[in-house]
Each structure stands twice: as structure tokens, then as C-alpha cells.
Ligand binder design. Structure first.
Ligand code: FES
Ligand SMILES: [Fe+2]
Length: 410
């Protein structure tokens, strides 16, 4: 349970909010790299309740600017992307990727207005199929989170997102909450495990795990441990990397993933799902097939369509339930979105009753609240003052046979 004040502190990310300020200090996934073509259409991007525009200039460089034209606020998403700059269509002012105003054709010859106008522009990195932006304050961005997928050939990495009308914290909580798997995702469990756990297929889901949290410089590792009736241990190690990166274990050997719920505003989230195969090319349908957890929509920029609200019971289908889909949804992530949205756009955490199975969530909230308070007190996040080996962070699904033999699944 949280006080009303702490719930506000935890969830609000708009300009000037303590959490919003510290989140802006992190490298933030903004959009798929492939969305930006040289001299192509600029893309409007919303993050933390603010509006930006991204474009790729004639030389292939990505610019990331405030959306509003510095002249009179027209959206630069309407602009023309030409000859190394973005030109506002209203009066033709032109800005380059470095945020310089390079032409002000509406002004008289010889005007020095251009040199006096500032456009907010932000550092970007292109990596792993994403454009990442740093919206923080200070002279230097922090260490870049160079996760395992960052160095892989682009064809080995699948980049997809869903746009979910829900505050980002609830979605992170859902990812770190291992105990809901045995209920909400029941429909997918036996099939998902039989390939690798043989006679124990499906049993794991029926057992309540014991949890252990190990603190890390980057966040924590949450171990959910289950002892099967035959003495086999099934241990799942989830990694939480501040502030939104969740590495969930799977039983697939070379395919791994990280999920990053990034705030668009207080009530909307870009739910980025990165999946990669260390051994070879991968595509979306293959990811869905291997996970055996339903098919996602075809749009990589929003695979969650249609998205229903309470008027349609969040899209639940009682006919599907009769056919054996426990929760009444056709794909596992859609189950997560439905339950999270049903908690309210911003969950009222003053009314909940947490149990032993919620300790990962409790820890995550505490880390985030400390992060926001410390930043207000002038302290940089610890994750940014330590050197982190992001490349090595991964979730592990481990099976230990009664004889003590360890089989690491992923
Ligand atoms: S508003 Fe953009 S040039 Fe005038
Ligand atoms: Fe889930």
C-alpha cells in the first residue's frame, strides 16, 4: 500500500514532477529507427507528457527537437524535411539537427533573428533498431544501456511496441510480478513448458513460488523458486534494471527479450518489447510462434489493436474462455494489458492489500521513490555513477534436478 502522496510521486512524469525529472536522466527509447527515412516525413514523438519531433536529415543524421516551431509554435511534424533541415510550413523557418535556426525567410534581408533563437534539441543514439533520446539536464548523458541486443546484427532483433492506455508503473509491476503467471497466463503454461521440462510440464504454474530479491547496482534480481513434488527446483531469475527495463526468463535457449514500458504521459505507455536471437535472424511471427503465447497484431508501432476499455470489458471474450483460454484473451500480452488497464489509468495504491508474493513490486516502488527523492536532493542515480556491464544482464530460467544437476535453460 502506498500513501496518496507517494502514489502521485511514483506515477506522475510530466514536466517539473520529481519522477519525471529523474526519468529524463535516463536514455529513453523514443521510436523505431526504421521510421525515419533520409529527407522523409518527420515523426511526432510524445514522451513524459511533452511533444517532440524526430527527423533524419539529408546526411542521415537524426534530429530530435521540441515539436513547436520556435517562431509561433506550429508543429514541426508538419514540416518539410529538405536539404539538411526541417522547414516549418507556416513561414518557412528552417532548423537543423543541431537545433540551429539556419533560415528565417519571413524576416528582412540581413536580419540576425536566426542567430538569437534557441530550439531545444536533444542528444540521440541509434542502437538495436531504436532511436534513443536523452532528455536530461546536465552536461553529459549517462552511460548508454548497451544491452545484449544492441551489438547483434539488426536482422537478429525484433523491435515492437504496444501503445497502452495506462500509467507506466502498473505495467512495470505486471512484468515483475511472477506469481500472476499461474493464474492470468494459465492458458499458455503447459504448452509453453512441455518442450523443455518434460514430466514437469505445467506443474510449475500450480505452485506458489518463494521469492528472494538481490539488490544490484542497476536495480535488482528477483528469484522466484519453486520446488516440484519430485524434488526438482525450478528457479526463475527476473532482472529489473532501472527505471523501466524488465528481463523476464523464458525457456527458449537462444531467444531472449527485454520489455521496457516507457511513459508517453501519465496515462499512456509505449510498451516496447525487444526480442533477439543470438544465433540468427528473427522476425515477429517467429517470436510469437516460439513463445506459443498467441499472435500479436502486425503493426510494429502498435500491435495492441483494437484496444478496448471497460465498456467492452477490456476486450475479454467469454466464448474463448469456454474454449480453454483461461482469461478470455487471444494472446498473453493482451491479458496483461487488460488487467492493468482495469486497475484504472493510474492505479489507486492506497487501497491495495499486498502479500508475500508482491515483494518484487514493493522493492521496485521503493527504488523508484528513492530515485526521485534523491534526485530532488541533488544526488545522481547510483546506476549512473557506477559502471554497469549492461551487456551481461539477462534473465535465467534454471532447473536443478533432485540429484543437484543444473540445467540452465536460458
Ligand atoms: S510558426 Fe514556424 S515559421 Fe512561423
Ligand atoms: Fe503477465
Amino acid at each position: 500500500m502506498l500513501s496518496k502522496e507517494n502514489n502521485e510521486l511514483l506515477t506522475r512524469v510530466g514536466p517539473g514532477t520529481p519522477m519525471g525529472q529523474v526519468l529524463r536522466q535516463f536514455w529513453t527509447p523514443a521510436l523505431r529507427s526504421a521510421k525515419l527515412e533520409i529527407d522523409g516525413a518527420p515523426e511526432r514523438v510524445r514522451l513524459f507528457g511533452e511533444s517532440f519531433v524526430a527527423f533524419r536529415d539529408t546526411n542521415g543524421r537524426v534530429g530530435f527537437l521540441d515539436e513547436a516551431c520556435p517562431h509561433r509554435g506550429v508543429s514541426l511534424a508538419l514540416g518539410r524535411n529538405e536539404e539538411c533541415g526541417l522547414r516549418c510550413i507556416f513561414h518557412g523557418w528552417k532548423m537543423n539537427v543541431d537545433g540551429q535556426v539556419v533560415e528565417v525567410p519571413s524576416e528582412p534581408q540581413g536580419s540576425n533573428l536566426a542567430s538569437k533563437v534557441r530550439v531545444n534539441h536533444y542528444p540521440v543514439r541509434e542502437a538495436g533498431g531504436l532511436v534513443w533520446v536523452w532528455l536530461g539536464k546536465g552536461s553529459e548523458p549517462p552511460q548508454f544501456p548497451a544491452f545484449e541486443f544492441i551489438d547483434l546484427p539488426p536482422e537478429n532483433v525484433v523491435v515492437r511496441k504496444a501503445i497502452v492506455e495506462s500509467n507506466w508503473v502498473g505495467l512495470v509491476e505486471g512484468l515483475l510480478d511472477s506469481s500472476h503467471v499461474s493464474s492470468l497466463h494459465k492458458a499458455w503454461l503447459p504448452k509453453g513448458q512441455e518442450a523443455l521440462t518434460g514430466p514437469n510440464a505445467g506443474v510449475m504454474g500450480a505452485l506458489a513460488p518463494t521469492y528472494e530479491i538481490e539488490e544490484r547496482a542497476y536495480g535488482f534480481t528477483a528469484a522466484a523458486k519453486r520446488l516440484l513434488p519430485d524434488g526438482t527446483s525450478v528457479n526463475r531469475y527476473t532482472q529489473y534494471v532501472l527505471p523501466w527495463n524488465c528481463f523476464i526468463p523464458s525457456t527458449l535457449k537462444t531467444m531472449r527479450s527485454v520489455t521496457m514500458p516507457v511513459p508517453v504521459d501519465d496515462e499512456t505507455t509505449n510498451f516496447w518489447g525487444m526480442a533477439w536471437d543470438t544465433d540468427g535472424p528473427l522476425d515477429g511471427p517467429t517470436v510469437d510462434l516460439r513463445r506459443n503465447a498467441g499472435k500479436l497484431g502486425p503493426d510494429p508501432d502498435n500491435y495492441y489493436q483494437p484496444s478496448y476499455g471497460p465498456e467492452k470489458v477490456w476486450g475479454q471474450d467469454r466464448e474463448l474462455m469456454k474454449k480453454g483460454f483461461y482469461a478470455g484473451f487471444e494472446a498473453l500480452p493482451i491479458e496483461d494489458f487488460a488487467v492493468t488497464k482495469s486497475q484504472g489509468k493510474i492505479t489507486d495504491r492506497t487501497r491495495e492489500h499486498l502479500g508475500a508474493s508482491d515483494i518484487a513490486i514493493i522493492r521496485m516502488r521503493r527504488l523508484l521513490l528513492d530515485l526521485a527523492r534523491d534526485y530532488q536532493a541533488g544526488k545522481q542515480p547510483r546506476i549512473h555513477t557506477n559502471e554497469i556491464d549492461y551487456h551481461k544482464i539477462r534473465a535465467v530460467h534454471e532447473i536443478i534436478a533432485p540429484a543437484g544437476n543444473r540445467v540452465e535453460i536460458s
